[in-house]
Design a protein around this ligand. Structure first.
Ligand SMILES: Cc1cc2nc3c(=O)[nH]c(=O)nc-3n(C[C@H](O)[C@H](O)[C@H](O)COP(=O)(O)OP(=O)(O)OC[C@H]3O[C@@H](n4cnc5c(N)ncnc54)[C@H](O)[C@@H]3O)c2cc1C
Ligand code: SF4
Length: 599
């Protein structure tokens, strides 16, 4: 009985709160290893195989699929019951100014944001775990790249990530057999790679969680679960149900053939097949409860369907509700001895919230005009990217900002949409009728875009706390955000702008709009890149951090955190692969401790 109701809860070893990348990976590893797990998810059940509008045209959608407040990324986006605002679940900002605002994207559905995410899956490198040792800023992690590397291997093998081993500085190679072959570059990729090289920027195969070929269900299961024959059988069967990408549909809608990673198609089906995972959806967790010994005894929640409060007990609690939601649960878990929130003896819960530095430039490339018709939908997202390339110059203090960024870019002749041809007046001066059609054909496929994704250094002014007045529709106090970019980030954003303009010019193209020299204008608002991490950082010192290297809170030994809240820094590499690698490692640790009866 995998989907349970409040009336049919059983006995559990572990409660996992949340079902996204962190919750999915935690529940997968725990249940595959023999633990009885209850997952509580605030959103509704979601079945990608039945609900994904992979083949609908935009004309079939209301308003032709346009963005609306309840569907900010358009009608066909996979996100249900989520977005920048969730009805009945407000959050507070101390200012609405771009420079001090934190935009918070949430998805209230089984699988969380993994149903939609961009699938970019990069490993942090060795420098990224010891940033303070390298340049004196921020915090070191209490573990090394080498300690996490075997878990990166496992996650890549399980979810399926395409890419290549390029041996570049602080851009680690995967072990043999972990990565799938990358898709063929698009024409615009080849031109970008050629011209970027001329200005000293390496462009290599992208890394994304999309199956470019079926998974090797004969050999991978034994590497994933050595000695665990049940787990090997289950995952081998599951791998056979995943088809390879057919290069035709936007991944943001989700993937009903399971070619891309979503928690709902990759983590949860095999975990449910163990018979040891129960899932309670529509359960909004309010707080972690404690027993008389000060250990976690379970969680209290609100059943969203009835509005009734409930309690679920377990020997161990894992918070995986996404970085800020986990912080909110901790801060709302007040009791004698924990007046400022649970696991907060350091006062660091909510502190050092980070997002990714983002800045973009678009361009138009005459060399790509009027190409013969061909389809370049490909794996939906980037086939190539540019890792950060200036580590040496940066360390020598030549750049004026201390941490790097990578470049995600795109272009090409994708399936035309209803808006193809809109907004080309900046090139044509405005044309109509037959001339307009000729212009659209000429320019279609000649546009490129560059998105910088850079490292933010944690600071004292970017944090969240409980708002003293505002509550959500279930009476649970909500978060209030404080945000501040420092010059480390704004200078980096200005560098992105000039770099992207340089590449476009090297391609013989023209930049659309101004190249911003003021980094404060160039940088995207906090939270808007949707890579939020921190808020319950891990460290070696209980006075300066919330958890140890295992995501185990210093104050409550059977309370663990497996989402991005534990990140001690936010490297330029997108966070989700690291979230999953850490979650697997923490889950292994929990099982080990349970076997030794230490939990
Ligand atoms: C448009 C977009 C593009 C992205 N692209 C990328 C990318 O290319 N690469 C990358 O690395 N990352 C990307 N991300 C970020 C990525 O989605 C997140 O890093 C990842 O999903 C985090 O996993 P999580 O499990 O911590 O949180 P989530 O996936 O958000 O899952 C958390 C779950 O917990 C549930 N929950 C929250 N609070 C409670 C509660 N109180 N009680 C019960 N359940 C609760 C939520 O409903 C949700 O289902 C992108 C995100 C978006 C939205
Ligand atoms: S592009 Fe490929 S992975 Fe993405 S949704 Fe389409 S079939 Fe699935």
């Amino acid at each position: 009985m995998p989907f349970v109701t409040p009336a049919t809860l059983r006995d559990y070893d572990v409660i996992v709160v949340g079902s996204g990348a962190a919750g999915g990976q935690s529940a997968y590893t725990l249940s595959m290893s023999g633990a009885r797990v209850l997952m509580l998810e605030a959103g509704r059940n979601y079945v990608p195989e039945h609900e994904t509008p992979m083949f609908q045209t935009r004309g079939e959608a209301p308003l032709r699929g346009a963005s609306t407040p309840d569907k900010p990324f358009g009608f066909h986006d996979a996100t249900v019951d989520g977005g920048w605002q969730v009805p009945g679940e407000p959050y507070v900002n101390t200012t609405q100014e771009d420079s001090g605002r934190f935009d918070w994207w949430r998805a209230r559905m089984l699988g969380g944001r993994t149903n939609h995410w961009g699938r970019y899956s990069f490993r942090n490198g060795p420098y990224d775990f010891k940033p303070r040792s390298r340049d004196g800023l921020g915090f070191d992690w209490p573990l090394t790249y080498e300690e996490l590397a075997p878990y990166y291997d496992k996650v890549e093998m399980l979810i399926g990530v395409y890419g290549a081993n390029d041996g570049l500085e602080n851009t680690p190679n995967s072990s043999p057999g972990c990565l799938l072959p990358p898709p063929r570059p698009r024409v615009s990729d080849l031109l970008i790679a050629q011209r970027a090289k001329k200005v000293g920027i390496p462009v290599v195969a992208g890394h994304r969680a999309v199956l470019t070929q079926p998974l090797d269900h004969t050999n991978l299961p034994a590497r994933l679960h050595p000695g665990n024959h049940d787990a090997q059988r289950i995952i081998a069967e599951h791998m056979r149900t995943r088809a390879a990408c057919f290069w035709a549909t936007p991944c943001g809608r989700g993937c009903s053939i399971r070619a891309t990673y979503q928690s709902t198609t990759v983590h949860l089906p095999p975990a449910l097949a163990t018979g040891r995972l129960d899932i309670l959806v529509n359960a909004m967790v309010r707080e972690v409860t404690l027993d008389k010994r000060g250990l976690a005894s379970g969680v209290s929640y609100v059943d969203k369907l009835t509005g009734r409060p409930g309690h679920a007990p377990a020997r161990t609690v894992v918070l995986a509700a996404s970085a800020c939601e986990t912080v909110r649960i901790l801060l709302n878990s007040k009791s004698s001895g924990f007046e400022d929130g649970l696991a907060n003896s350091s006062g660091k819960v909510g502190r050092y919230l980070m997002d990714t530095v983002g800045s973009s430039v678009d361009g138009q490339i005459p060399l790509l005009e009027s190409l013969p018709p061909h389809n370049e939908d490909g794996a939906s997202g980037g086939h190539m990217y540019a890792p950060w390339w200036l580590y040496g110059e940066q360390l020598a203090g030549k750049l004026g900002f201390p941490r790097g960024y990578h470049i995600e870019f795109g272009g090409g002749r994708n399936m035309p949409s209803l808006s193809t041809g809109a907004g080309i007046e900046w090139l044509t001066g405005g044309s109509y009728g037959r001339r307009f059609k000729e212009d659209v054909r000429r320019y279609y496929g000649s546009f490129v875009y560059f998105d910088g994704r850079g490292e933010m250094i944690p600071n004292e002014h970017s944090y969240c706390e409980i708002d003293p007045d505002v509550k959500d529709r279930w009476g649970i106090p909500v978060l209030r955000f404080h945000w501040n970019w420092s010059e480390h980030e704004t200078r980096q954003a200005a560098h992105m702008q000039s770099t992207f303009a340089q590449i476009i010019e090297a391609m013989g193209g023209r930049v659309k709009g101004p190249v911003l020299t003021d980094g404060a204008q160039a940088i995207a608002p906090g939270g808007s890149i949707i890579h939020e991490v921190g808020g319950a950082i891990m460290g070696a010192d209980p006075g300066q951090s919330v958890t140890n290297q295992w995501g185990q809170t210093w104050d409550v030994r059977n309370l663990f955190i497996t989402d991005g809240a534990v990140f001690a820094s936010n490297a330029d590499k997108n966070p989700t692969l690291t979230i999953m690698a850490l979650a697997w490692r923490t889950a292994d640790h929990i099982v080990d401790r349970m076997k030794r009866r230490e939990l």
